[in-house]
Design a binder for this molecule. Structure first.
Ligand SMILES: C[S@@+](CC[C@H](N)C(=O)[O-])C[C@H]1O[C@@H](n2cnc3c(N)ncnc32)[C@H](O)[C@@H]1O
Length: 302
């Protein structure tokens, strides 16, 4: 892709995520204390993120790559860290800064935010105890460049925490997601689902796969799926812990249209079965949480 094509796509990427952040901020403040109770987070992410945050201590230096509206950067600052968030979206960063300004008196640490392109960024050497990224690697065309920069920016023994998708959805996973979203109530009426099935026939799972991979949502949505970032991390860091996310629960959670209480009960049970099937190798998940360490003599206490 030539330079002007890249810049144009990147500008669109920033605008898309600015709109997402603005729509979200209309409903809920960009603050983990509130976000952690949202249905999607409660089912899929809250335990893992709370667990990660428990290791953040006052005085730590932290960087978030792809911080969006800044809630995770802020959460680290709320635990006393000096936390910096980087994102390409001017709109999202504006929301992050405005919200931080409105609560900064209550924050024991410090948060700062910056608009920059992670595909081309140069980070300061050995500055951070912790670097985090949630849902950003699969949007990058130069994952290797960013991982090299993160390696350089971490102090020896520093922690890299990543939650992201790695690879493509496998057929059994797509088929199960197709069946579940067909059977369970979603935004789409049963009549329209049936019409879709008759119209697309054997191509219907392909459409579900595209939907699971959020194809077309943003110009770089699939760019990073072509890189095996897990292998790239293994080449550079010591992987201390890997948590495999459920394979279909996240997608079903996003689609399900049901009153809150029964929905949560159903989704929690589904998540348990889903994790079991993933552990047994019967379902293939793409969502992974990684705790990786930069090798070094002084292991920081995270
Ligand atoms: C799926 S969102 C995740 C946002 C946030 N981490 C969260 O979990 O709410 C991906 C984020 O990556 C950012 N992003 C995508 N490409 C980027 C790039 N080249 N440089 C910096 N940020 C980028 C987007 O603007 C967006 O905010």
């Amino acid at each position: 892709m030539d330079e002007s094509g890249y810049e144009k796509r990147l500008a669109e990427e920033g605008e898309v995520w600015g709109r997402v952040a603005a729509a979200e901020a209309e409903v809920i403040a960009p603050d983990w204390r509130f976000h952690r109770t949202l249905r999607h987070n409660a089912i899929m992410h809250t335990a893992d993120i709370d667990n990660f945050l428990a290791g953040i201590q006052p005085g730590m230096t932290a960087l978030e790559v792809g911080c969006g509206s800044g809630w995770l950067t802020l959460a680290m600052a709320q635990r006393g860290a000096d936390a910096h968030g980087i994102d390409i979206s001017r709109g999202a960063i504006r929301i992050a800064r405005d919200y931080y300004d409105s609560v900064r008196d209550t924050v024991s640490g410090r948060a700062s935010y910056e608009v920059a392109d992670l595909n081309r960024i140069t980070l300061p050497p050995q500055k951070y105890d912790v670097v985090v990224g949630k849902g950003v690697l699969h949007h990058l065309s130069e994952v290797g460049h960013l991982l090299d920069q993160i390696y350089c920016a971490l102090k020896p023994g520093g922690l890299l925490w990543l939650a992201d998708t790695n690879g493509h959805e496998a057929l059994p996973t797509v088929l199960l997601a197709s069946v579940l979203t067909f059977v369970l109530p979603t935004e789409i009426s049963y009549r329209d689902k049936l019409k879709g099935l008759l119209r697309f026939g054997w191509r219907a799972p392909e459409r579900i796969k595209a939907s699971m991979q959020a194809e077309g949502l943003s110009p770089f949505e699939a760019a990073g799926r072509e890189h095996d970032w897990l292998a790239m991390i293994q080449e550079r860091f010591i992987i201390e812990r890997r948590i495999d996310m459920p394979a279909v629960t996240g997608y079903v959670t996003a689609q399900l249209k049901m009153p809150e209480r029964p929905a949560r009960l159903l989704l929690k049970s589904l998540a348990r079965v889903d994790r079991f099937l993933v552990r047994r190798g019967l379902l293939h998940n793409t969502g992974v949480v990684i705790y990786a360490r930069k090798p070094g003599r002084e292991m920081t206490d995270t």
